[in-house]
Design a protein around this ligand. Sequence first.
Ligand SMILES: CCCCCCCC/C=C\CCCCCCCCCC(=O)SCCNC(=O)CCNC(=O)[C@H](O)C(C)(C)COP(=O)(O)OP(=O)(O)OC[C@H]1O[C@@H](n2cnc3c(N)ncnc32)[C@H](O)[C@@H]1OP(=O)(O)O
Ligand SMILES: Cc1cc2nc3c(=O)[nH]c(=O)nc-3n(C[C@H](O)[C@H](O)[C@H](O)COP(=O)(O)OP(=O)(O)OC[C@H]3O[C@@H](n4cnc5c(N)ncnc54)[C@H](O)[C@@H]3O)c2cc1C
Length: 649
Amino acid sequence: MANVNPDLRKERENGTFSVEKLTNLLDGGKHVTDRRRHVERLALNEFSKGEDYNFMSRKERYISALHKTERALRCCKEYGLTKPDEVYWLWQLAFPHEASPIQLHGDMFLPTLTRQGTEEQVNKYLPLAEKYQIIGTYAQTEMGHGTFIRGLETTATYDPQTEEFILHSPTLTSLKWWPGGLGKTSNYAIVMALLYTNGKNYGMHPFMVQLRSHETHEPLPGITIGDIGPKFGFDTIDNGFVQFDHFRIPREDMLMKYSQVLKDGTYVKSTKLKKSSYGVMVLVRSMLIYYLAIQGLAPACTIAIRYSAVRRQSEQTKSQLEPQILDYQTQQYKLFPILASAYAVLFTGVKMKEIYYEVDNEIQQGHTERLPELHALSSGLKALTSSMASWCIERCRLACGGHGYSAASGFPKIYVAVTAACTYEGENTVMLLQCARYLIKTYQGASNGKKLSGSVSYLSDKVNSRSTITSEFSLKSLVDAFKHRAFRFQACGSDPEDSWNRNSVVLTKAAEAHCYYYMVSVFESVVEAVEDDAVKRVVGQLCQLFALFAIHENAGDFVQDGFISNDQMELVKWKELSLLSDIRRNAVLLVDAFDFHDEFIGSILGRFDGNVYANLFEWAKSSPLNKPEVQESYIKYLQPLLNPNKSKL
Ligand SMILES: CCCCCCCC/C=C\CCCCCCCCCC(=O)SCCNC(=O)CCNC(=O)[C@H](O)C(C)(C)COP(=O)(O)OP(=O)(O)OC[C@H]1O[C@@H](n2cnc3c(N)ncnc32)[C@H](O)[C@@H]1OP(=O)(O)O
Ligand SMILES: Cc1cc2nc3c(=O)[nH]c(=O)nc-3n(C[C@H](O)[C@H](O)[C@H](O)COP(=O)(O)OP(=O)(O)OC[C@H]3O[C@@H](n4cnc5c(N)ncnc54)[C@H](O)[C@@H]3O)c2cc1C
């Protein structure tokens, strides 16, 4: 590439491994990289020249997102992109760190329909939904309750006379509130409501509900619907509210794969799957982990590391140049653990996708044994990785100084999208407690001699009471340290005498300890499987740094019971700092390996060519506030002060 900033060029010449090989590893093979690049080229042809998001109003952002949605759907059709990954690659360049107003259609409406609908219902609605002749969302949360699903108030009361359900919002707090795309875009929703039949409440069930007219898009009589107003971010989505006033739907529109209501109102309980209505939440939580890495952590550290290689600040060195800020140890300590976390979350996300599909497949065959473990692991990891991503992005912003605060950095857009994931799909504390609930039960089972498998097998293993960490810092010894911590936390979190609430802070820590152990062991297994020596060395260093940083930050957890000695902790601190120097040489290449297009990252600071300053100046000049030179507001409000004689007012 011509005109690459000389500092960045030098960084790229000095690396010790093949970026292409690491990219292939991250993608899951060379053939995947090739295919991804092909789809991305198609996407760039369509979407690279758009209006600058930063200079648009919320309404313009929504309208532009709808326009892009229509074009993205057309591109997928034209180029025959049907596989989820291919659609995602195109979509990600159409909506960088945004979301389409129909995001929930694909992410939650369709999966709920196909997993909870009967064959007949799927045959009726899926073809229409796949052609976007109906666009749906997932309406569960209400103004008064999001977390506590059993507290939802919307009712679906069966009327055997007409064989219909009557949907009703009995209180203000029962208004559906938050569903993505509900406000203006969707004409259907899967509504989660309390099922009443023969005078009895059977709890939350899913209902297919038409909200708007097919002809006019007006809300149907009995439905009051709209947008909930501006939010922290996600301006491109119309998160909405809906109120039902005795709105009738046919009996056939309750999704009845698991539980049914017969014509006479008899309720037939699901015997196949406990908590079947909660299923799609497990899907989204399991998938999110990968997206948090690829849309949050990885682009944020790409921006901060490239910029730190280009930015020079403070006293001159012998070469008469101010140092690159990436050479400061403190800057490396801010950024390299985040780089390591990006890799850790990415590998964990890939693993969680695999596990989800395995377990989902088993559930379709009627085997539900692994669901509780998947629910616990996906809940805990969703919470841990979204909080990690949020604070890491903020840390990257701080690492870029003043320019990090400009919208030109790209951080605001990335941050507001990622931090939403700490709340949606289950608030993080609540999700950690769900994970802990399973761990405590499992620990108690293990204490009674039950042999465990999967992510919790360590609870029935013998754990070492002294760390085997030496100056070699083998990855096995690091995994072992996290295993010990997780085991110890489960043991103190599961005091049967103590009440749940009085113990809940420890329980969230127990869940985090379990998830950390899981992440470190996934990372270790990935490193072990790498064939190329040079790539193995650098990802091994990242794995060590990920683990050592967490040990140092949570030193008390490891030394309190004498598992890690004071001498070993000194070694940990020494090794952590020496890894910073090792990783320094390859830092830029390690972010290049994510293989992001500038159009996706959306940051002037993180440009691949490193030409930050000239582009920053051009971008500022293009701000609408700079056109025209003298603003109307001057005439109205400033001229009377500054130049009263000339003012016409
Ligand atoms: C675009 C840029 C963005 C960048 C960053 C991210 C990128 C993302 C891009 C794409 C990804 C997709 C994005 C999609 C957007 C999503 C938008 C958000 C959508 C929503 O938020 S939908 C609403 C979600 N709502 C929730 O999650 C609610 C949370 N609450 C609950 O889940 C439950 O109420 C509860 C679990 C907390 C408690 O329920 P309750 O009935 O009271 O149950 P308990 O008594 O506690 O437990 C009983 C028993 O059941 C087990 N259990 C609970 N849940 C499940 C489950 N889901 N599956 C299986 N089992 C479950 C529980 O463990 C208990 O078991 P036990 O009795 O102990 O054996
Ligand atoms: C961007 C965005 C998109 C969304 N999209 C959708 C959507 O498409 N469809 C949909 O249905 N919903 C959607 N939601 C709603 C979302 O799922 C809920 O907001 C979320 O589940 C949290 O619930 P809540 O708002 O009731 O939080 P609350 O439960 O009110 O949380 C407030 C505080 O209370 C604490 N708390 C609550 N219960 C407990 C407990 N038992 N123990 C300890 N602490 C507790 C929490 O930790 C938190 O600190 C969306 C939300 C956002 C922000």
